[in-house]
Ligand binder design. Structure first.
Ligand code: PEP
Length: 267
């Protein structure tokens, strides 16, 4: 069986505790357990704890949207990776909204990735070029710099556990929201895997999971999931709509069945 298809919903700064609980309840009703698919929800920090009590762990895992790289100390307002250890499997790191609105640079992202791994949490590392960088022909350079720095404090074995999400900033719905062509996405994903292979070896590059993110919904997700190097998707806006998000999981399930990775043990 090949890798499980990973579907991550990033709820961003939406949904208070009761709204999040209602959405989770609807998703529980609508989404079945599929062994070939892993579904991860990234609600706000405040909502992680209550959702963890409501969650069916056979169906969903939790991700935090951010954390601070120091384990504890006088850092008012921050939450550390060590505090999240028992609550989440994943943490989103390097999202373009954090890079742009909160000025998180390459070194900050690197320290957060290392802290996540040290605390046993899988980083969902987001990389991707802005529209301006794309037009200037700098996509590969940007990806190279973001990847090499972010992974630089990890061993090859640790990198096998990392998930990298290619999210071109111009394709994210809250920025320009341009729909990226699957062929172009495929080239960038291939480039990312090649970079990792050159730096850390073929075995590591092969094991690494690569996601695509940028205005993905149930209507267009198939084009990305069919790409050779795409192991799943990171979904923003559409993850707040349970029809669309469950529809994305349905498409992933169909695809896994066609590939012979699926199972009929869903409930
Ligand atoms: C995101 O912010 O990670 C994202 C992919 O958003 P959207 O799906 O809304 O473009």
């Amino acid at each position: 069986m090949s890798k499980r298809i990973l579907i991550v919903g990033n709820w961003k700064m939406h949904l208070n505790a009761s709204q999040a609980s209602v959405l989770l309840h609807r998703l529980h009703e609508r989404i079945k357990i599929h062994r070939a698919i892993e579904v991860v929800l990234a609600p706000s920090m405040l909502v992680l704890q209550p959702l963890s009590m409501q969650l069916d762990r056979r169906k969903f895992r939790l991700a935090a949207q951010n954390a601070y790289h120091k384990d504890e100390g006088a850092f008012t307002g921050e939450v550390s990776f060590s505090m999240l250890q028992d609550l989440v499997h994943y943490v989103i790191i390097g999202h373009s909204e954090r890079r742009l609105h909160f000025e998180e640079g390459l070194e900050v992202v690197r320290d957060k990735v290392a802290s996540a791994v040290r605390n046993g949490i899988t980083p969902l590392l987001c990389v991707g070029e802005t529209g301006q960088e794309r037009h200037a022909g700098e996509t590969k350079q940007v990806l190279h710099d973001q990847i090499t720095t972010a992974l630089s404090n990890l061993t090859a074995d640790e990198i096998e556990e990392v998930v990298i999400a290619y999210e071109p900033v111009w394709a994210i719905s809250t920025f320009e929201g341009e729909i990226a062509k699957p062929d172009d996405v495929g080239l960038s994903l291939k480039f990312i895997r090649k970079q990792v292979a050159e730096l850390y070896g073929e075995k590591t590059a092969k094991a690494l999971r690569l996601l695509y993110g940028g205005s993905v919904d149930d209507q267009i997700v198939r084009g990305y999931l069919e790409l050779e190097d795409c192991d799943g998707v990171l979904v923003g806006g559409a993850s707040l709509n349970y029809h669309k998000f469950a529809g994305i999981v349905d498409v992933a399930y169909q695809l896994s069945q066609e590939r012979g990775d699926g199972d009929d043990n869903n409930t």
